[in-house]
Design a protein around this ligand. Structure first.
Ligand code: DHB
Ligand code: FE
Length: 285
């Protein structure tokens, strides 16, 4: 049986990908940021997940403003790297797991989450920057990926509560797939940041630290955060944090925090990173 064994969250700032691609990761500005992922890279090399269910948001790349699915699941064999205006990042094509993805699409839709099925989709920095942070520069990615894109770009995004429940449904979907697979679930984006308007540059460290703490200590408190609260406390792009709640919903109720990192700023963003180990609970054994 497929099993979710761990969850990873991380911010997905495009400038991080550019720094790595240009070999600037040892610079004074970037070295402290990349240092926070050294432990994670060693850990994941030992964990060797077969598949990552990677929750991220598209930034008007695969989806223009003409068509915006709330939740989309990538069922293709592979996903090309998008050109976000400066050429596609020089990273390997992302290899999918169509059998697991199609099973998940069926399970999620019958579980009353109306996923949009993507049989072709280009992926942007929301997906590729976390891959680079966790695996570094590689010839080919060492995992297969089931991408799940969430709309947080055009109002109205889904609520945090709805996202947490989608995570729980992802857990049911993965755990009913009849193949031995070690599966990780990642949630990308956040933490506090605002890229536009009079409050551009907003960062709220107390809010971010409380969010990091409650991911394991009290996820119930995070489920109740409203759109207005995200906007007020974490800035207009802080809403990306709802994707962390999908990851959290997909894990066991009791998790072990293995690694936490927080760094301000990277570009305009407060970078947060968490690794939670998800023990197999009664329901899955
Ligand atoms: C930045 C952060 C993001 O999450 C994003 O999608 C784009 C830009 C930034 O801080 O520059
Ligand atoms: Fe973003």
């Amino acid at each position: 049986m497929a099993r979710i064994t761990a969850g990873v969250t991380t911010s997905h700032v495009p400038a991080i990908g550019a720094a790595l691609d240009r070999g600037e990761d040892k610079s004074d500005y970037w070295a402290p940021l990349f240092a926070g992922y050294e432990w994670s890279k060693k850990w994941i090399a030992e964990e060797r997940p077969d598949v990552v269910v990677l929750i991220y948001n598209d930034h008007a790349t695969a989806f223009s403003l003409e068509c915006i699915p709330t939740f989309a699941i990538g069922c293709a064999d592979e996903f090309a790297i998008a050109d976000e205006g400066f050429g596609a990042r020089p990273v390997p094509t992302v290899i999918g797991h169509p059998e697991l993805a199609c099973h998940m699409a069926q399970s999620l839709i019958l579980d009353e989450f109306d996923m949009t099925v993507m049989n072709q989709m280009e992926v942007d920095h929301g997906l590729t920057v976390p891959m680079s942070l966790m695996f570094g520069r590689v010839e080919s990615w060492p995992v297969r990926v089931v991408p799940i894109a969430v709309n947080v770009v055009q109002y109205p995004p889904p609520t945090g509560e709805r996202c947490f429940k989608l995570g729980q449904a992802i857990r049911r979907a993965v755990h009913s797939f009849d193949e031995d697979l070690n599966v990780h679930v990642w949630g990308t984006g956040g933490m506090s940041h605002q890229l536009q308007g009079p409050r551009a540059g907003l960062i709220n460290q107390p809010f971010d630290h409380a969010f990091l703490e409650n991911m394991n200590a009290n996820p119930t408190a995070l489920r109740a955060i409203s759109h207005l609260e995200y906007l007020r406390e974490a800035g207009s792009e802080g809403i990306e944090l709802v994707m962390w709640l999908i990851m959290r919903g997909a894990l066991s109720e009791q998790c072990n925090e293995l690694h936490r990192f927080y760094h301000v700023p990277a570009s305009n963003t407060a970078v947060g990173h968490l690794i939670l180990e998800s023990p197999l609970d009664e329901e899955t054994t």
